[in-house]
Design a protein around this ligand. Sequence first.
Ligand SMILES: Nc1nc2c(c(=O)[nH]1)N[C@@H](CN(C=O)c1ccc(C(=O)N[C@@H](CCC(=O)O)C(=O)O)cc1)CN2
Length: 282
Amino acid sequence: MRNFTLTLDCPERAGIVHAVTSFLVEHGCDIAEHQQFDDDARGRLFLRTAFSCASDDIGVDDLVREFDPVAREFSMRYGLWDERRTRILVMVSKAGHCLNDLLFRWRAGSLGGEIAAVVSNHEDLRPMAEAAGLDFVHVPNTADTKHAAEQRLLELVEEYQADLVVLARYMQVLSNDLCAKLAGRVINIHHSFLPGFKGAKPYHQAYDRGVKYVGATAHYVTPDLDEGPIIEQEVLRVDHSFDPRALTAVGRDAEALALSRAVRWHCEHRVLLNGNGTVVFR
Ligand SMILES: Nc1nc2c(c(=O)[nH]1)N[C@@H](CN(C=O)c1ccc(C(=O)N[C@@H](CCC(=O)O)C(=O)O)cc1)CN2
């Protein structure tokens, strides 16, 4: 028996779910989990189905070949995955709290994917990565070396066969070209509750504004800084007694939680793009 996941979105019309479930029955498959969302405002249906096939001989390529005619008939965008776990390249700078949380969940088997290596523009987090038995690759990234650094990153994505790049407080802005080459495959944790307080120092902005909650936002990376489709957000209560240092300390918890959830949901194929937003079948 093999396990697969199908996600799709298409223009709303009658017969979509019937077509999908009939296809699965005809191929000896059994549905384990099914979720769908009708976005009436945009006239699109979003669907995720996890299913098993009794036969070990059926693979993703076979299912794609067989499902393509159905997808064309309904103008579907779809994805099909087998049990192979998503391979992750984690990028960091100096702050280690998000990496630490990802490493713990990976070792505990609750991250939903495999961390393949850690890449950084600083040496600070090499001990944490190597203590977890992972390769640590130092790629300096300054204004003069940005292009070379990004070329090296693309090589590392190939070298480690990474499906996903996670910016776990990686403090360099990715170029438009790199964002295009890795579109939909880069998740960033922004250390504020977007759309508030963009940029590199949101906690000082939060302090100056006198907020009562601080938060974090995990989103797909696009060329527009901090504007990508949001996957998950977390907020925590604060008050007037929290200075920027204290706000930063509380924020670390929100960042680690929001990022780890977003990474797990992406790895479990629970996140579908919907315009500049997402549908998340948690
Ligand atoms: N194309 C994108 N790249 C990145 C994004 C993004 O949304 N789109 N998010 C950032 C992370 N980030 C906020 O979440 C962020 C990181 C860095 C900066 C910034 O201004 N960096 C300065 C250098 C700062 C330093 O060296 O410490 C810069 O790049 O000139 C703003 C926001 C990750 N990349």
